[in-house]
Design a protein around this ligand. Structure first.
Ligand SMILES: *Cc1c(COP(=O)(O)O)cnc(C)c1O
Length: 401
């Protein structure tokens, strides 16, 4: 038994902004205001009988922090409330969340269908890792519903996608793919990192499992790695619980504590970063030197209607293409003074990434082209700086190409 803490506040009826601050808190008898950090590996018992009962699941309480920990449980309870999920389990990284959510329910002979435009490590898991264990996978053009349908086999057990996609910010119709998954008898797993829990609710669109890298917007300060898997109580009980306990991708209580404080300001940060992203997308689109701007809520985005139907906002990333390939993209990035070159996103500090030579380096140029990732493509993660300072910095980059 995982002994969940008793949240002192019923967050039902509270709005997401309030849940981000209050949901899931369980206090010690000291009555501390801020969430307590339980940096302990194990727990002690008053008697051997009590220890026996706890191991048998007959007595509530913690056993060992690989299984559960009060600080980690507060983070899980808060994520549950924010996402509107039945259950949540935290993991050490976003990739641990992706890998565990897939491996815990698949076995040799099963088949997975996934959208081609995935975070690089997710592609590795689907394309290379799973087949090593006899789990076949088919990659499809995520925006092509007929392709999802055509890829289904009798042994298809999972559909996997992220939307918006990284780094090209394509939008996949989650409700339509969820319907096809249901028809195929498969579960739909959605990697909701780019949208954050505030801008898109995959469960409302029919997803069965939602995963996050908490490393991104949820931390928001670029400090800790973390991940979370949200699903039904039944899924956790039947598949995930034992898998996580026995294989050990547990989130550190310290990182859970940092993430609990980070998430308190998520709505303020996402709102501000998104407002700046909209401004900067418009700024870049107005520049003759920019070949293409990708932002889901701009009228020139090929799927703007779908984006507006399934998302509450266009998000905090802007991707754009400079003419002149890698040379021009590097000149642009090297000329920036404020926006730093990094592969992270969702940070308070604005960051620029050249996907072709970093996150998607291991793909062939043809495979990258298939994902819409040209050598001139740059991904901008918009932070909390004043948008005018960011625009001035981008102008520096433009001048250099
Ligand atoms: C960052 C990221 C991940 C992996 O998260 P980590 O915390 O770095 O392991 C997975 N999917 C997407 C879309 C991401 O952006």
């Amino acid at each position: 038994m995982n002994s969940a803490p008793r949240p002192i506040l019923d967050s039902k009826g509270l709005r997401p902004e309030t849940r981000l601050v209050h949901a899931g808190i369980s206090r010690t008898p000291f009555g501390e205001n801020a969430e307590a950090l339980f940096l302990t590996q194990s727990f002690v018992y008053d008697t051997a009988e009590s220890c026996e009962a706890r191991f048998a699941g007959e007595e509530p309480g913690y056993i060992y922090s690989r299984f559960s920990n009060p600080t980690v449980a507060m983070f899980e309870a808060r994520m549950c409330a924010v996402e509107g999920a039945e259950a949540a389990r935290a993991t050490a990284t976003g990739m641990a969340a992706v890998t565990a959510s897939l491996l815990c329910l698949l076995k040799a002979g099963d088949h997975v269908v996934a959208a081609r435009a995935l975070f690089g490590s997710c592609r590795y898991v689907i394309e290379e890792l799973l087949p090593r264990f006899g789990i076949q996978s088919t990659l499809v053009e995520g925006t092509d519903l007929a392709a999802w349908k055509a890829a289904v086999r009798p042994e298809t057990k999972v559909f996997f996608l992220e939307s918006p996609t990284n780094p090209t910010l394509e939008i996949i119709d989650i409700a339509a793919v969820a319907k096809l998954a249901r028809l195929a008898g498969a579960r739909l797993v959605v990697d909701n990192v780019l949208a954050t829990p505030l801008l898109q609710s995959p469960f409302e669109l029919g997803a069965d499992i939602v995963v996050y890298s908490a490393t991104k917007h949820i931390d928001g300060g670029g400090r800790c790695l973390g991940g979370v898997i949200l699903a039904s109580e039944k899924f956790v009980a039947e598949h995930l619980h034992t898998f996580l306990r026995q294989t050990g991708p547990a989130l550190s209580p310290f990182n859970a504590w940092v993430l609990l404080k980070g998430i308190e300001t998520l709505s303020l940060r996402v709102e501000r970063m998104q407002a700046s992203a909209v401004k900067l997308a418009d700024f870049l689109a107005g520049e003759k030197k920019i070949a293409k701007v990708l932002y889901p809520f701009r009228d020139d985005h090929p799927q703007v209607k779908l984006a507006k139907a399934q998302m509450k906002g266009g998000g905090t990333l802007v991707s754009f293409e400079v003419p002149g390939g890698k040379t021009a993209a590097f000149r642009f990035a090297n000329a920036l003074r404020l926006i730093r070159i990094s592969n992270n996103l969702g940070d308070a500090k604005s960051l620029v990434t050249h996907p072709a030579t970093t996150t998607h380096q291991r793909f062939t140029p043809e495979a990258r082209a298939g994902m819409g990732i040209g050598d001139g493509l740059l991904r901008l993660s918009v932070g909390l700086e004043h948008p005018d300072d960011l625009a001035e910095d981008l102008a520096r980059g433009l001048k250099a190409i």
